[in-house]
Design a protein around this ligand. Structure first.
Ligand code: RUG
Length: 830
């Protein structure tokens, strides 16, 4: 396959705009230049879209010199860097982030004002790139932000999906998915390089041949597509560094068959193009539930192959000694999605570069590391041998050989324990012969990490126990984190200002400094100001929701928020049973409405389109909301709001306004969670189980500032072992029975008892995630919440302590941990 000619050692092209900070006049000039020359319009004739694009181009212009410098520096120094391989990047809007990073926020606002433009309208114009499903994709976006901020050389590699995560609408309370056509008006943040396209091959067969007396195998592929790189700037915060995110878009090798076209068969003429473009057409809307679809495997191989080749051919200098690769790069596998990169890397080394197998394998085991993000067995990807062999026959051979040699080592260490061999084999035999990608990643990776202490421990002890015994030093933990730039500075400017006033600048890149707020928590004046920030954020959210969905957030309500993907293990049903319980108590006259703590419940959740139970639960939440919101018996003291299409943009408004953060998964099911961190850092108190990173949040903020409930993971295990019969909990708890009976009676479905029957019988007779077992404890914890909320000042103190003690959850700290424990990549010198 042809490789692109490398750009020679030409002098660095300096962008025409000086680096910031700059004058407002200079900014206006550049903006007008872009409006005129890139959009082709005069200011007086320009649309909001034109103005948004011109503004984005102007920000880009200011970042450009830095970006080019960084690319040159990375080429010149060849310092060790991280190639982050991730099928998802849930970036959120770029404009504000890039303005903030480059210190241009104020200059840009003033410049727009001088042009008679309201910058808020331009902000609202940006379509968020939804190239991820939830936590996993958002984590990748936080990580690349932190790496740039910490001056660590990094290329993020992924897929430029033409359609991101679907846009969710509700019709009669039920989820309807609309395509997310985020590229309709173009994307000012990307730099396409069709001239640097790679050819990616699939299919065909393998054959052996004699190579000077050695029998080797080679791949004769059957068909190909091209991978076109699109580069995105990833600016560090206030450090003048700009890393690169490179997303691949698929196209046909030859787009058009003129003969077919001339003969009148238009469809056939473009068939190859349509087929090829399908590969990067849509993001799979799954989270924690893999879909064994051929197209998904094609996507995975497509971006991994393009990325590895890009790194070897274009990023490394010509003639680079591959033996030294571990000094130069680490490929971090974000979950199992990019694990096919491992056999691809081996194939290139052995088949294309003629390296001996053992040497190639030794390199692979130093150049890859694997992050696991789940504990759900069904979320660990497997590919049938049949499919893999058809799509990537040479890779399957390589995987077989890796497995064969690995199992020999296992036999050496553990003897001929056939059961263990079968359990550890990368190839599983049941229910069909398939490749266990998590096992392959574990064998290949220099390190394997989980994403929170508890998760890493369970990963070692429960999910991969044989492997952790075999490789005792391979397993480690890196607790997730979130970027304080987006999730405090941008999302919560009022809090950010208050913190800066109290602690001085610097905390944004050194979040442990938030500890300094502990002292301020004792200051009544500071508490009053903190409470005013929260109240203002609620008002701001109320405006957003009114504008967006015609929802009203009532003054003085406790804002109780559960936003995350809809999954049974996350237990939105438990939250709903709490709401129905409160409602039922009042509706039945056992409790007076005036005795309720006024609460507004906010849900945000997308369900995978093929996940029926999750979609039914969405329907139920909306149905309960319709009834509760309309029933005068509650005197407006309970409100259930479910704004559709929860995304990063909405998160940035909801999280800073929240009082209570719902993190209520069954213990042992949520690997980490990252929403939990965002809420705590914005001064919401958590009601949560001892699961994922909740455990670490609680340890840090203290039991007094956290509402713990539910079984621990060992208790869950013990209950399964004893035999869990959810119906017993239903029978024995009056509140629970009444709430469930009310739902079953059709009270939320216009009298139709069948609509939600599948949810009810699932809870009663199966309840995999022990909603009923944790119900009593949850209701009890919610009563503690109500009581605590009565004392507003004490609540605010707890909220401040949450902020003060959660600096640990900065993604900068996560990056430091990856660097120390896994990557060993020093920051690039200035
Ligand atoms: O479900 C996990 C979250 O617990 C975690 O916080 C996040 C980032 O590590 O990843 C989520 N995840 C896991 N998303 N997809 C998977 C499938 O493995």
């Amino acid at each position: 396959t042809p490789t692109q000619p490398r750009a020679a050692t030409h002098p660095l092209a300096i962008a025409p705009v000086p680096s910031p900070p700059s004058s407002v006049d200079g900014f206006v000039k550049q903006f007008l230049l872009n409006l005129n020359f890139d959009r082709g319009v005069a200011l007086s004739e320009s649309s909001v879209t034109d103005q948004y694009f011109a503004l984005a181009y102007t920000v880009r212009d200011y970042l450009m010199a830095r970006w080019l410098e960084d690319q040159k520096r990375q080429r010149d120094t060849q310092a060790k860097g991280v190639c982050y391989l991730s099928a998802e990047y849930l970036l959120g809007r770029q404009l504000d982030n890039n303005l903030l990073a480059s210190r241009l926020t104020d200059v840009a606002s003033e410049a727009m004002a001088q042009c008679g433009i309201d910058i808020e309208a331009l902000r609202a114009e940006e379509v968020e790139p939804g190239l991820g499903n939830g936590g996993l994709g958002r984590l990748a976006a936080c990580f690349i932000d932190s790496l740039a901020t910490m001056s660590v050389p990094n290329i993020g590699y992924g897929i430029r999906y033409e359609y991101g995560i679907f846009r969710q609408t509700f019709v009669d309370g039920q989820q309807v998915e609309q395509p997310d056509a985020w590229l309709t008006y173009g994307n000012p943040w990307e730099f396409p390089h069709p001239e640097a396209a790679q050819t990616i091959w699939f299919g065909g067969y393998t054959e052996t041949y004699d190579d000077g007396g050695v029998t080797r195998s080679r791949w004769i592929p059957g068909w190909s597509v091209v991978a076109v790189p699109y580069n995105y700037m990833v600016p560090g915060y206030h450090n003048g560094r700009v890393n690169t995110l490179r997303l691949w878009s698929a196209g046909a090798t030859s787009s058009f068959d003129l003969r077919e076209f001339n003969s009148g068969d238009y469809q056939e003429a473009v068939r190859a193009q349509v087929f090829a473009e399908n590969i990067s057409k849509v993001l799979y809307p799954e989270d924690s539930t893999p879909q064994g679809k051929e197209l998904r495997l094609q996507q995975q191989y497509f971006f991994c192959a393009a990325s590895i080749r890009d790194f070897l051919d274009n990023v490394l200098p010509e003639g680079f000694d591959l033996e030294r690769l571990p000094e130069r790069v680490i490929f971090q596998l974000n979950d199992t999605h990019p694990v096919i990169a491992v056999p691809e890397f081996m194939r290139i080394l052995v088949d294309e570069r003629g390296m001996e197998w053992d040497a190639a394998w030794a390199l692979t085991q130093q150049c890859f590391a694997y992050t696991c993000h789940t504990l759900l067995p069904e979320a660990l990807e497997v590919w049938s041998v049949d499919l893999l062999g058809r799509l990537l026959p040479r890779h399957l051979e390589i995987i077989y050989r890796i497995n064969e040699e690995f199992l020999l080592e296992v036999r050496e260490k553990f003897g001929d324990d056939e059961m263990r061999i079968r359990n550890m084999s990368i190839i599983s035999e049941f229910p069909q012969r398939s490749v266990r990608m998590a096992y392959l990643a574990t064998v290949a990776g220099a390190k394997v990490n989980g994403v929170a202490e508890l998760h890493s421990q369970l990963l070692r002890d429960k999910v991969l126990p044989d492997f952790s015994e075999f490789y005792p030093d391979k397993f480690t933990n890196v607790t997730n984190g979130v970027t304080p730039r987006r999730f405090i500075r941008l999302a919560n400017p009022a809090l950010a200002d208050l913190i800066t006033e109290a602690l001085g600048a610097g905390w944004t890149v050194d979040l442990e400094r938030l500890r300094g707020l502990e002292a301020h928590a004792e200051d009544p004046e500071f508490r009053a100001r903190f409470a005013e920030v929260k109240a203002a954020n609620k008002r701001r959210l109320s405006e957003v929701l009114w504008h967006r969905d015609r929802f009203e957030v009532s003054d003085g309500h406790l804002l109780d928020v559960m936003v995350k993907r809809l999954h049974e293990y996350k237990r939105q049903m438990l939250k709903l049973l709490h709401i129905v319980t409160l409602y039922e108590r009042v509706a039945s006259g056992r409790v007076a409405a005036s005795d309720l703590t006024p609460r507004t419940f906010i849900f945000g959740a997308k369900a995978a389109p093929g996940y029926d139970m999750a979609k039914r639960i969405i329907h139920l939440i909306n149905s309960v909301g319709s009834v509760v919101n309309a029933d005068p018996v509650l005197e407006g003291r309970l409100k259930v709001l479910f704004p559709p299409n929860y995304n990063v943009t909405l998160a940035e408004r909801v999280i800073p306004a929240a009082d209570l953060s719902e993190q209520i998964s069954l213990a042992g099911k949520e690997a980490s969670g990252t929403g939990n961190m965002k809420f705590a850092l914005n001064g919401a108190l958590t009601i949560g189980t001892d699961d994922g990173a909740n455990v670490e949040i609680r340890e840090l903020v203290g039991d007094d500032n956290f509402f713990l409930f539910g079984q621990t993971e060992p208790e869950v295990e013990a209950l399964w072992a004893r035999g869990y019969r959810p119906a017993e909990f239903y029978r024995e708890n009056d509140d629970l029975r009444r709430a469930m009976d009310l739902i079953a009676s059709g009270a939320f479905s216009g009298g139709d008892r069948s609509v939600f029957e599948p949810i009810m019988s699932n809870l009663l007779y199966d309840d995999r995630f022990m909603v009923l077992a944790d119900y009593a404890s949850y209701i009890d914890a919610q009563e503690r919440v109500d009581a605590a909320y009565q004392d507003q000042d004490a609540w605010t103190r707890s909220a401040i302590l949450n902020v003060a003690r959660c600096g640990f959850f900065s993604s900068d700290r996560s990056m430091r941990d990856y660097i120390d424990r896994i990557w060993h990549t020093p920051p690039a010198p200035a």
